[in-house]
Design a binder for this molecule. Structure first.
Ligand SMILES: Nc1nc2c(ncn2[C@@H]2O[C@H](COP(=O)(O)OP(=O)(O)OP(=O)(O)O)[C@@H](O)[C@H]2O)c(=O)[nH]1
Ligand SMILES: [Mg+2]
Length: 464
């Protein structure tokens, strides 16, 4: 990747997380790094020079000559570093006070405090990593699941970059042909073989773009998890279900309808997928103001749900409220949870099975914790598709920024297809091709505007 003009000052920050740890690291990057090291660090064995990528043992002293800590110091000479600049790391004891004291000395020597994500931004500006890899660094730091970590590592190793690069290459090939046709207008017919070009467009550009877009949703789910809302009329056993899934008496359970007033949210992990479980007030019409507020809140939570667990009571006939509530789910994904198998009424069960035959139904006994594994299995499949371990199958997952750009690029390709099919002149083809190319350049950071870059790197923590 081509480098953008880099900045020339030297930055420093604490790179390890706040709090107490075994060791803590201060990171310095820029042309003055080695000079600061020589000024602040006193090695136990005297050295006239610091060899690159070697650890040295010594002390850091403050401006009064007082030893701040014993440290290991490493100087890493450009360009074989994270930022491609000269980098120094000081490994001290992991007390935040010590780290702050050392950082203060580095800043007093003339370094500037690094902004959030500035080390990674420098790696990007120097052309060491493209923008998708820089984004993978944030994803990796923020990943909450195994699936999220795997996607981030794949992206860090260039999975998305390479796919985008190969689509760009195909676009460049077509553009080269079109440009020849523009330069030699008389040979127009021979140079542009429309059938062949349409085939290339489909196979090497449109199809891969569509595939990438189709992975975005699963990627989002693996990275961010989903919200699952438990709903149903009062007393069907929603809170008992929540408690069963949490294996904890988190919500109050009583035989009095209307027990749950407020919503209760807890995070669980389903085979590594983060699931925000929400128990809600049983929905019915009521005069009680507090219950009414709870019901209002429950309805709002339903809107936000990625998936609804619609709980019914197998010991009771279906009621008007059950049916109304079911209708209010609209297009929401749902699983019908049939609770109270221990006291099930066969007539009620048959009626429910029939009425909801289109939906996935799972029978449970919440009070005894039975059927919960099957329910989680159904939930996982419902969210990630029948194949189950989908995380194994998607090689990369564009985030929202990528997806919006991929869709624009795809729209430009469809425009190109139309232009080709109507036999428009070569210079019009070039416009569409260039547009599709420019969009893809935004994904990897070739043409990304500065404000987008700033917003992106500001999501990092300081020191990364
Ligand atoms: N027999 C039987 N009783 C159950 C089962 N699950 C829940 N119950 C009982 O049903 C009653 C209501 O349970 P909750 O979990 O509070 O029901 P809810 O849907 O949260 O009720 P609200 O919060 O009022 O909307 C309690 O007395 C539970 O003990 C079950 O599987 N079998
Ligand atoms: Mg409840």
């Amino acid at each position: 990747m081509a480098a953008r003009p880099a900045t020339s000052d030297t930055i420093a920050a604490i790179a390890t997380a706040p709090g107490t740890g075994g060791i803590g690291i201060i990171r310095i990057s820029g042309p003055e790094s080695a000079a600061f090291l020589r000024r602040l660090f006193i090695p136990f064995k005297s050295h006239s020079t610091f060899e690159s990528h070697k650890l040295y043992y010594g002390t850091i002293s403050d401006r009064q000559g007082q030893v701040v800590d014993e440290v290991l110091a490493v100087y890493m000479q450009a360009p074989h570093t994270y930022t491609r600049e000269d980098v120094v790391e000081l490994h001290s004891h992991g007390s935040h006070l010590v780290l702050q004291a050392i950082l203060a000395e580095v800043l007093a020597a003339g370094a500037r405090p690094a902004d959030a994500g500035e080390f990674t931004k420098r790696a990007f500006l120097a052309g060491r990593i493209d923008l998708t890899r820089a984004e993978a660094v944030i994803d990796l730091l923020q990943a909450r699941t195994d699936g999220g970590v795997r996607l981030a590592v794949d992206q860090l190793q260039g999975a998305l970059y390479e796919q985008v690069a190969s689509i760009r290459d195909a676009l460049v090939d077509l553009l080269a042909l079109v440009e020849v046709a523009i330069d030699f207008p008389d040979d127009d017919v021979e140079i542009i073989d429309v059938t062949n070009m349409l085939a290339q467009l489909q196979e090497k550009i449109e199809h891969p773009l569509e595939q990438l877009v189709s992975c975005a949703d699963r990627g989002r789910v693996l990275r961010e998890g989903v919200k699952v809302v438990i709903t149903g009329r009062p007393n069907v056993g929603k809170s008992s279900l929540l408690n069963g899934l949490l294996r904890d008496e988190r919500a109050l359970v009583t035989e009095i309808p209307g027990t749950t007033r407020d919503t209760i949210e807890e995070l669980i992990s389903v085979r590594g997928l983060p699931v925000q479980l929400v128990d809600t007030a049983g929905i019915r019409s009521h005069d009680d103001v507090v219950e009414e507020l709870g019901i209002e809140r429950a309805r709002r939570k339903l809107q936000e749900a990625d998936l609804v667990l619609f709980v019914l009571d197998l010991s009771a006939e279906l009621s008007v409220v059950d049916r109304e509530l079911y209708r209010s789910l609209g297009e929401k994904k749902r699983i019908i949870v049939l609770n109270k198998t221990d006291i099930a009424d066969d007539g009620a069960r048959a009626a429910i099975n029939k009425e909801f035959s289109e939906d996935v139904q799972v029978e449970i006994c919440a009070s005894r914790g039975e059927g919960l594994e099957e329910l989680l299995e159904a939930l996982y499949k419902n969210i990630l598709g029948e194949e189950g371990e989908v995380s194994e199958q998607i090689s990369c997952a564009p985030n929202l920024r990528h997806t919006l750009i991929l869709e624009k690029s795809l729209a430009a390709c469809r425009q190109l297809r139309q232009t080709l099919e109507t036999g428009a002149p070569a210079d019009l083809l070039a416009v569409d091709l260039q547009a599709a190319l420019d969009y893809l350049g935004d994904i990897v950071g070739l043409t990304t505007p500065d404000d987008v870059l700033d917003a992106l790197f500001s999501r990092f923590c300081i020191g990364k």
